[in-house]
Design a protein around this ligand. Structure first.
Ligand code: HEC
Ligand code: HEC
Length: 163
């Protein structure tokens, strides 16, 4: 091996390490970018937005959405089942726009169980007592704090923790 080949190999290895580290952000459980696709879907907005915020597809990986959509008859203690045609159309939409940065082999059915969520809302950022406020109720209630969550906006410009 010549001297320059050695350094080329060393540089390639270093770059591969950087690329791997970047992908391993939040242990690979990262939300997609964007979290909300430009094109909406009327069935998804109506059906998945009737009990809670219609959670943007990019918040979970495709495997999670498949699990959610095959378990709608027992959806968090409620029955949210749909006709097979509606289920298929909504599943297609969610899977197509699922997180494109989730590299871990995991598929939680709760957004709030994902590593990116836990990191962004860790106790040093948000006092755990906040989650129990009547105005917040639950970590799933994104829109209590993220006032533009229905538009897929979660950045600090639009966040305000209610009293
Ligand atoms: C009949 C009411 C109802 C409908 C309709 C409904 N859900 Fe839910 N969903 C719930 C309840 C209740 C929870 C639990 C909320 C909590 O823990 O605070 C939930 C939670 C969730 C969560 C987990 C949120 C978290 O805590 O991270 C996801 C994801 C979800 N729903 C997706 C969907 C999708 C996709 C649809 C449309 C196919 C849908 N839901 C339709 C009632 C509903
Ligand atoms: C009790 C209030 C509260 C609730 C409820 C809440 N969040 Fe947050 N969230 C925050 C705060 C505060 C931040 C930190 C904002 C910042 O400075 O980046 C944050 C950060 C985020 C970020 C990172 C934004 C960025 O630009 O880096 C995302 C994405 C996010 N939240 C999504 C969600 C989702 C999805 C839900 C519901 C499943 C949710 N949040 C529920 C308060 C909340």
């Amino acid at each position: 091996m010549t001297f320059s080949t050695f350094w080329r190999l060393a540089a390639t290895a270093a770059l591969a390490t950087i690329a791997f580290t970047a992908h391993a952000k939040y242990n690979g459980e990262d939300r997609g970018k964007p979290v909300m696709p430009a094109q909406s879907n009327a069935q998804w907005a109506a059906e998945c937005g009737s009990c809670h915020l219609a959670f943007p597809p990019g918040l979970l990986p495709a495997a999670s959405w498949k699990k959610v959509m095959t378990g709608l008859d027992k959806h968090f203690d409620t029955d949210a089942s749909l006709s097979p045609a509606d289920n298929q159309a909504i599943t297609d939409y969610l899977v197509k726009h699922a997180s494109n940065r989730w590299t871990a082999n995991t598929a939680p059915i709760k957004i709030t169980d994902g590593e990116w969520f836990k990191t962004k809302h860790r106790a040093s950022e948000i006092d755990p007592a906040v989650w129990k406020r009547a105005s917040v109720k639950s970590p799933s209630n994104c829109i209590a704090c993220h006032r533009a969550a229905d538009k897929g906006e979660f950045d600090d410009d639009t966040v305000r923790i209610p009293k």
